[in-house]
Every structure is written in C-alpha cells, then in structure tokens.
Design a protein around this ligand. Structure first.
Ligand code: GRE
Ligand code: ZN
Length: 332
C-alpha cells in the first residue's frame, strides 16, 4: 500500500542517544546509532521503499522521562522539540513531530505542549511512561491528582497523547531478577504501559475529560486480550475496591484510546484488536529504528484484512486523528 502514515518512529538527539545503547547487543549498536541519528536520507529511502509517505517522529525512550533533575528535564525537552521542529521544517510533507514533555513538572509539561502545538505545529505528545524526579523516590504516574490541569490542557488543545513504553526501574523489577530477557519489548514494556493505561482509566480521568485521546503502541500492550476478563471480574465482585471510573474499562478503551501496529506484526492479534475496538481506532506504525520498516510494511500490505480496513489503518485514521490534510498533497 502506498501513502502509509506511521507514528511510532523514533529519533535521538546528541544528548539522549546514549540511552539507546542498552537497547541492543553491542554488535548492533553502530547500526542503531546511525538509524536514530539519521532524520533524512536513510530514513526517507526506507520510507520510500516501504510505501510510507509520512512519519510522525518522536524522541527515544525513556528520553525526558528518565531525567531525575526536573530543571534539566525541562531543558532537554525544549531542546529536543526545537531540534525536531527544525528537521520537520525541511520536509513537512514527509515528517511531522510529537512533543517530548517534562512530565516531572505538570505545569511546565502543559506549557511545553502548548508551545509545541501552537508555535512548532506538532501533532501531539509522546511520553515514555512514568517520570522520575530527584526530590522523591516516588514514580510519577499521570493518574495522580496533580496532573488534572495538564490533562485539561491536552483536551483543550485537541491533540493525542501517545503513552509509549519504558522499563520499570531495577528496584521495582524484582520479578524480572535473573531473567533480563523479559525486560524491554519482549514483556516488561507492555506490562508497565498496560498498567499505566489502566490507572488512567480507573482514575476517572476520562469521565472528567471525555474528549482525551491516548495512543498505545504494540496493538494496545496486551489490553485488547484482557478487557473482557477485567470488566467481568469487576462486575462479578460487587464489593469495593472498585476503580473510580463511571464506565467499564472496555468503554474507555473504545472511546479514549487508539492503538498502533508497532512491533506487533501478527494478523490474529490485529484482528482481535479490530474486534475489540474497531478498525477506526487502529493505526499503522513501524517502531523504527528498533524494528525494521520493511518487516512492518511487508506484513501490513499483505495482511488478510479488507482493503477498506487497510486504507483506514494504513492512512485514513491518521489523517483524521492528526488533522493532516494540510500537509498532505493530493487526496489528503
Ligand atoms: C521501542 O521504542 O519500542 C524500543 C526502544 C528501545 C528498545 C526496544 C524498543 O525504545 O522496541
Ligand atoms: Zn517505540
């Protein structure tokens, strides 16, 4: 399929690139480093070869979320966003941007998102899970009370918020001791992110701000498979503790979430996600450079779904969600 749009496509700045060196065995690092640092030639060649017209770019994980010094997190986010805006400006027909946000300070995060949307033309935010701060050992999950004004800003701006994975901190990851193969994209990324998403849903956030739209990668980090069981248990057990949302968990997933196909190139999983939340809320993505664009594109282009669903998931849903008509030529 030509004209695909992809939205879990990462880059790194000089300041953040070393974070990714842990992500792959040493032998792969030079290749990964080149891929992350290349925002034009190699990337555009890959996109051309794989029928990807537009990529919405985002900083690597944990990125700004892993910076414990809040003032530094604010600075790094700002610099990364300015750098990305300059890169996008060279080829706005091929690249758009997601804001990196210093969630360590909710007011600054809201201000930075406003700046990124209004002054830099970004299409939303990508945040890599919980944030760390130096002042407390507490991890900041975004269902906490202090984030309500931030979420009000996100809703007012009308842009999506991509909740991207990160690993749990070692001191909170005892369950993985002796099994480092379970960290990262094999398992821990999804587990961490699914729980964070459930915390948002169970906090009542989407009753208060019903227009919020959250994006999850990897076909929903396992949530589509688990929705029925979560709601069934909550209904079967009439007693507290219940979550604070007024609706079933499935309702929030179906009304406040979008899923991407990043790193989950498996047709039965895609069909299952389509059955749970519908093809209007699923979007193609590749997770470059941690996955290969040709793997994602070859699978998606020949997956056994209808051509109408392929057009929606590959392109149309992104145009609607990110209001991309202005940057795309032709049919938009
Ligand atoms: C990702 O973005 O999904 C990712 C990383 C680092 C390692 C593996 C991976 O950011 O899939
Ligand atoms: Zn990713």
């Amino acid at each position: 399929m030509l004209g695909k749009i992809a939205l879990e496509e990462h880059f790194a700045t000089d300041e953040t690139i070393d974070q990714a060196s842990q992500a792959v065995p040493a032998a792969h690092w030079p290749e990964l480093r080149d891929r992350l640092a290349d925002l034009h030639e190699g990337r555009l060649r890959q996109m051309d070869e794989n029928g990807i017209e537009l990529a919405i770019l985002s900083l690597i994980t944990p990125g700004v979320q892993g910076i414990t010094d809040t003032a530094l997190a604010i600075d790094v986010a700002r610099r990364a966003n300015d750098f990305l805006a300059e890169q996008v400006a060279k080829r706005p027909d091929r690249f758009q941007g997601f804001a990196a946000l210093p969630m360590q300070d909710p007011d600054e995060a809201a201000r930075e998102l406003e700046r990124c949307v209004h002054a830099l033309g970004f299409r939303g935010a990508m945040v890599n899970g919980f944030s760390e701060t130096g002042s407390t050992s507490a991890l900041l999950y975004y269902d906490l009370e202090q984030y309500l004004p931030f979420w009000a800003t996100v809703q007012d701006l009308g842009v999506p918020f991509y909740l991207h994975p990160r690993n749990p901190l070692p001191q909170h990851a005892k369950i993985y001791d002796g099994h480092p193969w379970l960290l990262g994209p094999t398992w821990a990324f999804g587990q961490e992110t699914a729980v964070h998403a459930l915390r948002l849903m169970g906090s009542g956030l989407f009753d208060r701000y019903p227009a919020l739209q959250i994006i999850l990668g990897h076909l929903g980090e396992g949530l589509p498979f688990s929705l029925w069981r979560i709601d069934n248990r909550l209904a079967w057990l009439k007693e507290p503790p219940q979550h604070r949302g007024r609706q079933k968990i499935a309702h929030y997933v179906q009304n406040n979430f979008h899923l991407t196909t990043s790193g989950q190139l498996h047709t039965p999983s895609l069909v299952q996600a389509m059955l749970e939340i519908g093809s209007d809320r699923i979007l193609f993505s590749t997770d470059w450079p941690f996955e290969n664009m040709n793997h994602a594109a070859d699978w998606f282009d020949s997956a056994g779904i209808s051509e109408l669903d392929r057009a929606k998931i590959g392109r149309r849903n992104a145009i609607t969600l990110f209001k991309l008509k202005d940057v795309l030529g032709g049919d938009g």
